[in-house]
Design a protein around this ligand. Structure first.
Ligand SMILES: [Zn+2]
Length: 382
């Protein structure tokens, strides 16, 4: 089994006596309310998805991630995982103190062992992570809207927050046991925030031809307007897998995390998390984790050259389309036919058809999958 990133799978979820003690202590501790996205981050730290992170980044790691795309320990890490607070709240917290991180309903989610409070330049952070300061970029907008102080320190997770998608939730510890029990040595991960069309199916099956297993891992959580809703993504994948995939070789599980749309940096981030789940390979397509036209189409592939020590193998797909002459989904390396023979998998085109209640052509989407999507009254995020 592939080693977790940084060599050790982090487990910072408390249980039993330790959890009871922490909850008792929490009654007197200062509290900080965190939103759903931060709860996902806390859970991902606690369950080892973000290994080797044991908490929210301190200043040295934060600066190192921005400048060098690595933690201060030199382990690759490209997207800063931070906890923001307004200055008044931060002033009220003492270094060395335990702080309860609570959900909006008041439920304690985790304990932060506060080690650092520090300021940061939001514009510079956006520039480094997203390559732009344009507030029209959803990731940039998020950073610019963050509070002014960052709190660093390890966390202990008290409770996972229930979601409607829990039956698809697996921790890295669980996926590792599952992959092991299936006897899989090589596993290709597929990151998605989309319902499956035949182009996706093609790259997944092309990759899975050479691995023991396929790990389809949709990102569940805050996304931009117009993206498919989480329940639509999961229902459509279940249908696709049921009808068109080898079940014994396919695992569908969610990754609860907001999309940051950081393009190349997020591609590396996505690879690291799938390595922690036990995957040996990750499929990286055109404009992975991109948005608008902020990133050159293959920047998210080229960036892997800078990380020879990543430990998980990327599988690059430059393009895929349906070729009428070949009569199948193809890519530019295997099909010699001219552009006019090709039907592109345009997300916008498929979306427009679905909105009108029309089934996309069979060459682009499985009719059963289209039917599942069209059963939802409004399949897209508002
Ligand atoms: Zn062709």
């Amino acid at each position: 089994m592939i080693q977790p990133h940084g060599g050790k799978l982090v487990e910072r979820a408390l249980s039993g006596k330790k959890k009871d003690e922490a909850l008792a202590g929490a009654a007197k501790a200062p509290r900080l309310t965190i939103d759903a996205e931060l709860i996902s981050d806390v859970e991902n730290i606690g369950s080892g998805v973000y290994s080797p992170l044991e908490g929210f980044l301190g200043e040295k790691d934060f600066k190192s991630v921005l400048a060098a795309r690595r933690l201060a320990s030199d382990v690759a890490w490209t997207v800063p995982i931070v906890l923001d607070a307004d200055p008044e709240t931060a002033d009220g917290l003492k270094i060395g103190q335990d702080v309860v991180l609570a959900a909006e309903d008041g439920r304690p989610v985790a304990i932060l062992h506060l080690l650092e409070k520090y300021g940061y330049d939001k514009g510079e952070t956006a520039q480094k992570v997203f390559g732009t300061r344009d507030p029209a970029h959803p990731g940039v907008a998020k950073v610019l809207g963050q509070k002014d102080v960052l709190l660093g320190g390890p966390i202990d997770l008290l409770e996972m927050t229930p979601t409607p998608f829990d039956r698809w939730k697996l921790s890295p510890k669980e996926t590792r046991v599952l992959f092991e029990s299936k006897g899989w040595k090589t596993i290709a991960a597929f990151q998605t925030r989309n319902t499956p069309h035949l182009g996706h199916e093609y790259v997944q099956k092309a990759a899975a031809t050479f691995t023991d297993g396929l790990f389809i891992n949709p990102v569940i959580g805050r996304k931009k307007k117009g993206d498919f809703k989480d329940e639509v993504i999961l229902a459509s994948y279940e249908e696709a897998i049921r009808r068109y995939y080898v079940r014994e070789r396919t695992v569908l599980a969610i990754l609860q995390m907001e999309m940051r749309y950081a393009g190349p940096r997020e591609a590396i981030h996505h690879a690291i998390l799938r390595k922690n789940f036990g995957c040996t390979h990750i499929i990286i397509g055109r404009d992975h984790a991109g948005v608008g036209s902020y990133y050159p189409p293959f920047a998210a592939q080229d960036i892997f050259e800078d990380f020879p020590d990543l430990g998980i193998q990327p599988m690059f797909f430059r393009s895929f389309s349906y070729c009428r002459t070949c009569g199948s989904v193809v890519n530019d390396k295997i099909c010699p036919h001219p552009a006019e023979e090709h039907i592109q998998f345009s997300g916008t085109k498929i979306r427009d058809l679905l909105v009108r209640g029309e089934c996309p052509p069979r060459e682009l989407m499985r009719p059963e999958v289209a039917e599942v999507i069209m059963r939802f009254k409004d399949p897209f995020n508002e």
